[in-house]
Design a protein around this ligand. Structure first.
Ligand SMILES: C[S@@+](CC[C@H](N)C(=O)[O-])C[C@H]1O[C@@H](n2cnc3c(N)ncnc32)[C@H](O)[C@@H]1O
Length: 240
């Protein structure tokens, strides 16, 4: 018996994935200062703050209309707002997290829209264009593990204005997957890779171990000066 328990521990049997989208929506949400759990899954943790800051800064580099997919703890949302944008929209699937987002929205001076839905259900009919998109959801099945963003990449250009930017939680280290880069380059015109270092996932983190993550910033179109009306690129004169 003891041997059996020991081996189960060694195997670290994780929680099971939801049977379907409805089951995930009914999983309980637990929020503490440092963690967001949905069901038994560690969905978001505060150690990711430095990573979220970089993602938010890059997604809102043009400051116009920004779309985020996955609200989580609202860490990247806070950063997007403090970086400055004309409007902020988020698509969030879990009803309790969407409640958090609505409470958060009440405190913002910026125009905010919360769309409570799976992105897969609303994006095909979303009649809107954005200057930046930040994608950070969570795998719903073993098949999606480490690549839940792959299905979004082909549809992202349809949400962006010319010159608009997509960035995402990449699940990549310096061994950036060839399949991932190829997907980005198939659907975007420029891809910049940023190495975010100094991450400190705690030893009990169930989804990330490395102290770095390499994130892509993909641009639609080769020019960044044809953004939404009123959004212009700042030109900073070089020091002599
Ligand atoms: C990792 S968290 C996002 C963390 C967020 N960037 C932050 O800074 O706190 C992922 C969020 O995506 C939501 N989510 C998962 N799958 C989704 C989907 N298909 N469509 C929309 N939201 C989804 C989860 O409910 C969760 O709130």
């Amino acid at each position: 018996m003891l041997a059996l328990i020991h081996s189960r521990k060694l195997l670290r049997l994780g929680p099971s994935y939801p049977r379907d989208a409805d089951e995930w929506r009914n999983f309980p949400m637990t929020l503490t200062r440092d963690d967001l759990r949905i069901g038994d899954w560690q969905v978001m943790r505060r150690w990711e703050t430095p990573l979220m800051k970089v993602l938010a800064r890059e997604a809102s580099a043009h400051h116009g209309d920004i779309l985020e997919v996955g609200f989580g703890m609202g860490i990247s949302a806070d950063e997007i707002i403090s970086n400055g944008c004309r409007s902020y929209t988020v698509i969030e699937a879990h009803p309790k997290v969407a409640d958090l987002a609505r409470k958060w929205a009440d405190r913002q001076a910026t125009r905010v829209q919360i769309i409570e839905a799976y992105w897969q259900d609303v994006v095909p009919n979303l009649d809107a264009s954005y200057d930046g998109v930040l994608f950070d959801t969570y795998p719903m099945s073993r098949r999606e593990r480490h690549k839940n963003h792959f299905a979004f990449i082909p549809v992202a250009p349809g949400l962006l204005r010319d010159g608009g930017l997509l960035t995402l939680y990449s699940d990549e280290t310096i061994d950036f997957r060839r399949q991932h880069l190829k997907l980005l380059l198939t659907h975007f015109d420029e891809v910049k890779l940023i190495k975010v270092t100094g991450l400190r996932p705690p030893s009990d983190c169930e989804y990330w171990r490395s102290n770095l993550m390499v994130i892509p910033v993909a641009r639609k179109g080769s020019r960044s000066d044809r953004l939404s009306p009123g959004v212009t690129r700042a030109v900073v004169p070089l020091p002599r």
